[in-house]
Design a protein around this ligand. Structure first.
Ligand code: ATP
Ligand code: MG
Length: 261
């Protein structure tokens, strides 16, 4: 059975997409079978995996509206295959922005993705879902099918404030829609140890959330920021960079945490 994780944080630009594509590549690198789902109309995880979002005939939009199955929509990326860190991709583009409105009248609209995933569950070890920066119907579809939420966050003052809203949303979804859901962990990203405030917030996080904070810390690393313009996760683009190494370590930590060898 696949372990399904949402990478979510309603704050914009905190590193969700970078985390999703690099964790997907890192897990593939350590031998896991991975499906990456782009649930953001921006389509950054699609582009960042080497797939041209404008050329896609079918996307996750078609899965949500039940006009196609995951088997019909998923694609692979030649760049990832060449880099030997390949995972399957359920792509997204701007069309997905309309899904929210079009789904309003549909029954069980928050469970669409969950139902579709059941069909491919045994083909993957991990399913990773890149969520948009909002707590919308799209994010809700992700949360309804997930076993856990990975929350990337920068160690800044306002990051802690936003976390409360996310924790409350996860509690509500847990109580009403998906009893499997839990925050599996907080991932410190874009970390710069030279900045005192970041060290302080990092300590506060550990004191307050304990082992919900992942051991791995992702450093601020320019190679991770450059990689998407080459249509590659940093893990494939420059495997020797500090950022890539941190994401492979994070993949190993995830595998160890959920008890897979
Ligand atoms: P959105 O909310 O718009 O979906 P996001 O949370 O998915 O954004 P990203 O797109 O992953 O955030 O990252 C925002 C920016 O920060 C990008 O330009 C990305 O390349 C850069 N970035 C992310 N992580 C790192 C890092 N560890 N080091 C350096 N730059 C990073
Ligand atoms: Mg994003």
């Amino acid at each position: 059975m696949a372990q399904i994780f949402c990478v979510a944080n309603q704050k914009g630009g905190v590193g969700k997409t970078t985390t999703t594509v690099n964790l997907a590549a890192g897990l593939a690198k350590v031998g896991q079978r991975v499906l990456m789902i782009d649930l953001d109309p921006q389509g950054n995880a699609t582009t960042g995996s080497g797939v041209d979002k404008r050329q896609l005939a079918l996307t996750v939009y078609d899965v949500l509206l039940e006009s196609a199955s995951i088997k019909e929509v998923r694609v692979q990326s030649e760049k990832l295959i060449a880099g030997k860190c390949s995972y399957d991709i359920l792509g997204a583009n701007r069309e997905l922005a309309g899904a929210e409105v079009e789904m309003v009248d549909l029954e069980r609209r928050e469970k669409r993705l969950k139902l579709a995933l059941a069909e491919v569950d045994d083909e993957y070890d991990f399913v990773l879902i890149d969520c948009p920066p909002s707590l919308s119907m799209l994010t809700l579809n992700g949360l309804c099918c997930a076993h856990g939420v990975i929350v990337p966050m920068q160690c800044e003052y306002f990051a802690l404030e936003g976390l409360t809203d996310l924790v409350n949303t996860v509690k509500q979804v847990h109580a009403n829609l998906n009893k499997d859901l839990a925050i599996i962990g907080l991932l410190r990203v874009m970390f710069d140890p030279r900045i005192t405030l970041q060290q302080q917030v990092s300590e506060q996080l550990k004191n307050y959330y304990g082992d919900k904070v992942f051991n791995t810390v992702i450093p601020r690393n320019v190679r991770l920021a450059e990689a998407p313009s080459y249509g590659l996760p940093g893990v494939v683009f420059d495997p020797s960079s500090k950022g890539a190494q941190a994401f492979v370590a994070f993949a190993q930590e995830m595998v160890a945490r959920i008890g897979k060898v």
